[in-house]
Design a protein around this ligand. Structure first.
Ligand code: CTP
Length: 410
């Protein structure tokens, strides 16, 4: 059902990206009220915000006096999202100022408040901003970590606005679960794999699978916004935006993925193996493109087994080689068959793989792959089992990260 969302827009170059965010919310059926600051209107005109939201747009407190807009908009909102939140806006919000409609609205909001900062790296790292962010978090707001990358001009570094789709996904998560983004993973290092490996046959062909990477990316996104230092080993998930604040490592085949995990696992506290890793690869990889020939018949492809990365991490830890790695999470996409149902096969897989948690999805009939919603179970090594209710992959990710955080706390 549609919710009431206030989108605050502060005066930064990333203000244009707020348009895509507003669009995402209205397309999801929400009622959006846009409140720009006066300086935001230097970047995007009020007419654009009015057209996108279908609602009037004002910046000051001396409009809509009979409706007491500066109090009502905050009181009635289900969610307030400020994107971009500039250094100045964060400072005014942290101080509890109410000198325009947006800051007044922030003071009257009872709902979850999400700030998506965007500014130059120096401003983001300045102790004043660091303090303001800490203050806002202490007050209960969610302040996203910005993405790193190219800023205005030639500058690079943390300070980029996370992609609108990413902000929208985290906003939807807060609408579903107001307490879904606590900063409980500060100082933890998580290694996450996502996507589907490709096993080359020749320079243009490969054996692959249908994994989109969405679930693993969502886990990375949520863990990073809960304070973890996240490295995402991504394999062929090019359709997805890099999650903000996450270090990316790109690989192609199962062997490359295995090498990257072997290199990074020793310094990680948790390993989350969401990637769909090919079990087999072709024995021969042709250097040049294979030709079909004039009248040749297709020949078989000889395969050899790939290393099991998850099982390898479990046994390396058992041998004492990974003293820091305390949580290992596996994924299983299962179908029922004549031998048993999905859970029967999943329990057997948990026992076989020896990981601490197995995230189980039922697949087949268009379920799971490439979809935005999912459902399943969490199976723990101690025999505990919990249902993952049907929800977005971001909601599932937040439950998976809950499990990791719980196990890290011991
Ligand atoms: N996995 C892995 N290395 C492989 C294959 C799988 O690390 N070579 C990991 C996956 O990332 C996932 C888990 O193992 O976390 C389960 O993957 P799945 O393909 O279901 O496991 P398999 O052992 O291949 O089971 P099955 O016999 O059902 O194919």
């Amino acid at each position: 059902m549609g919710k009431r969302i206030v989108v605050g827009v502060a005066g930064g170059i990333a203000a244009y990206k707020a348009c895509a965010l507003i669009r995402a919310f209205t397309e999801a059926g929400h009622q959006v009220r846009v409140i720009p600051t006066e300086s935001a209107l230097n970047f995007v005109g009020a007419a654009t915000f009015e057209a996108l939201s279908g609602q009037p747009v004002h910046t000051g407190v001396f409009t809509e006096i009979p409706e007491v807009a500066h109090v009502r908009l905050g009181q009635q909102a289900d969610l307030v999202v400020v994107a971009p939140a500039t250094a100045d806006l964060l400072s005014r919000a942290a101080a509890g100022r109410a000198d325009d409609l947006l800051t007044a609205t922030l003071l009257t909001a009872h709902c979850p408040v999400l700030f998506a900062p965007a500014m130059h790296t120096e401003m983001w790292l300045h102790p004043a901003t660091v303090d303001n962010v800490a203050t806002l978090r202490r007050h209960g707001a969610v302040v996203l970590d910005p993405a790193a990358g190219r800023l205005t001009g030639v500058d690079r570094g943390p300070g980029r606005l996370p992609e609108p789709d990413e902000i929208a996904a985290l906003a939807e998560l807060l609408l579903a679960r107001a307490d879904a983004l606590p900063r409980d993973l500060d100082g933890r290092r998580l290694l996450i794999t996502a996507g589907g490996t490709r096993e080359p046959l020749d320079p243009v062909r490969f054996i692959g699978n249908r994994s989109s990477g969405k679930q693993g990316y969502a886990v990375a996104r949520v863990a990073a916004q809960r304070g973890a230092e996240v490295t995402l080993i991504a394999t062929n998930a090019t359709a997805l935006p890099d999650p903000a604040g996450v270090a990316m490592v790109r690989v192609g085949s199962a062997a490359e993925l295995a090498d990257a995990v072997a290199k990074l696992a020793p310094e990680s506290d948790a390993l989350v193996m969401a990637a769909a890793v090919a079990d087999f690869r072709p024995v021969h990889v042709a250097d040049a493109k294979m030709k079909k020939g004039a009248d040749s018949e297709p020949s078989g492809i000889e395969l050899v087994r790939n290393p099991d990365v998850l099982a390898g991490a479990v046994s390396a830890r058992a041998d004492g080689q990974l003293p820091k790695l305390s949580v290992i999470v596996g994924f299983a996409a299962e179908t029922g068959d004549e031998n048993g149902d999905v859970l029967f096969h999943a329990r057997a897989k948990l026992a076989r793989k020896g990981c601490d948690v197995l995230v189980v999805n039922a697949v087949g009939d268009g379920k799971a792959f490439e979809m935005d919603h999912n459902a399943g179970w969490l199976l723990f090594a101690d025999g505990t089992e919990s249902v993952l209710e049907h929800g977005s992959k971001t909601e599932m990710a937040s439950r998976i990260v809950d499990a990791v955080a719980g196990l890290l706390r011991g």
